[in-house]
Write a protein of this length. Structure first.
Ligand code: NAD
Ligand code: LMR
Length: 327
């Protein structure tokens, strides 16, 4: 039998964890031929609930699930990890300023980065889901100097999928007919869902939708969808977030299909004027286990302003965590 891949999931007892773990164990993350060992990392208060989830995972008798271990110590939780899904984070609570939120999360993602640096497998790939995802990923990456920076990513695939779905609904097309949409920037309300290179059944999306729909409907709907779901459900998106995490890692490991691209927040190499080192969302393809930024796209003035605004927010977040001594 193939050696199992170690997958560490933090926040395993949370709602995304509950939607994610069964899909990983069933083979949807890495493929139907790849056995997995799950390493669930929680805070001590979450361990009992994680044990309950582990019992349910056992009860599924997944043929690909080669083991489950539960930890409340990051050093142990990331030992030997090949894939790490960093889902657990400190949510913003009433009265909390942005600096407080960044600081609280620095206290989580700094030590987790160190633990990854110390003990993860050489091929470790990290996806940060916990918010503020881009900056949490930056904090973790900065605490893991021995791991290639490109192995740290943050999730904007949910935003990408939301954009696909909105454009499909507007044009009456199937989601699978749409290609080459991009989410740029931060996983926040400043993100920029860009359809200027997108096609719908081979036709330019810009021939099918007008600028006023883009500006007053599509962009705000995608960018504020997370908040709309919290408003409607009384809790943040969980199954769709887990689904996007599966999509992101699956593509990273197995490659994106047929030359089309997707979106992921990866470490900037300076492309498209995004300062080097920031973890920002780009149009990306995955090949041979690596993300590559799609190069050479024309960026019009409207897109330039939107990308710049979201990147400016990332710069502010980076400067704030620097100021707090978190990186
Ligand atoms: P949740 O509150 O249901 O679960 C979070 C879990 O993380 C809890 O069980 C908690 O005990 C655990 N946790 C907290 N600190 C931890 C630590 N230091 N180590 C290990 N575990 C820890 O939250 P959720 O709904 O599962 O959401 C998790 C995060 O994902 C939130 O930050 C949320 O905002 C974010 N999110 C991101 C996206 C995205 O697209 N990037 C989408 C949806 C949600
Ligand atoms: C989402 O996009 O659904 C989440 O990031 C929202 C949130 O604040 O958890």
């Amino acid at each position: 039998m193939t050696t199992p891949v170690n997958v560490t999931v933090t926040g395993a007892a949370g709602q995304i964890g509950y939607a994610l773990l069964f899909r990983i164990a069933s083979g949807q993350l890495l493929g139907a031929d790849t056995p997995v060992k799950l390493r669930l990392l929680e805070i001590p208060q979450g361990v009992k609930a994680a044990e309950g989830t582990a019992m349910e995972l056992e009860d599924c008798a997944f043929p690909l699930l080669a083991g489950i271990d539960i930890f409340d110590d990051p050093k142990a939780g990331f030992e030997g990890a090949n894939v790490a899904l960093l889902v657990g984070a400190r949510p913003r609570t009433k009265g909390m300023e942005r600096g407080d939120l960044l600081e609280a999360n620095g206290g989580i993602f700094g030590p987790q980065g160190e633990a990854i640096n110390a003990g993860a497998a050489d091929d470790i790939r990290v996806l940060v889901v916990g918010n503020p995802a881009n900056t949490n990923a930056l904090i973790a990456q900065q605490h893991a100097p021995d791991v290639p920076a490109e192995r740290f990513t943050a999730m904007t695939r949910l935003d990408h999928n939301r954009a696909l779905s909105q454009l499909a609904a507007k044009t009456g097309a199937a989601v699978s007919d749409i290609a080459d949409l991009t989410i740029w920037g931060n996983h926040s309300a400043t993100q920029y869902p860009d359809v200027f290179h997108a096609t719908v059944a081979g036709k330019a999306a810009t021939e099918l939708v007008d600028q006023s729909w883009l500006e007053s409907d599509f962009i705000p709907t995608v960018a504020k969808r997370g908040a709309a779901i919290i408003e409607a459900r009384g809790a943040s998106s969980a199954a769709s977030a887990a689904n996007a995490a599966i999509d992101h890692v699956h593509d990273w490991v197995n490659g994106t299909a047929d030359g089309s691209w997707t979106s992921a927040a990866i470490v900037s190499d300076g492309s498209y004027g995004v300062p080097e080192g920031l973890i920002s969302s780009f149009p990306v393809r995955a090949k041979d286990g690596k993300w590559e930024i799609v190069q050479g796209l024309e960026v019009n003035d409207f897109s330039r302003a939107k990308i710049d605004a979201s990147v400016a927010e990332l710069v502010e977040e980076r400067d704030a965590v620097k100021g707090l001594g978190l990186i």
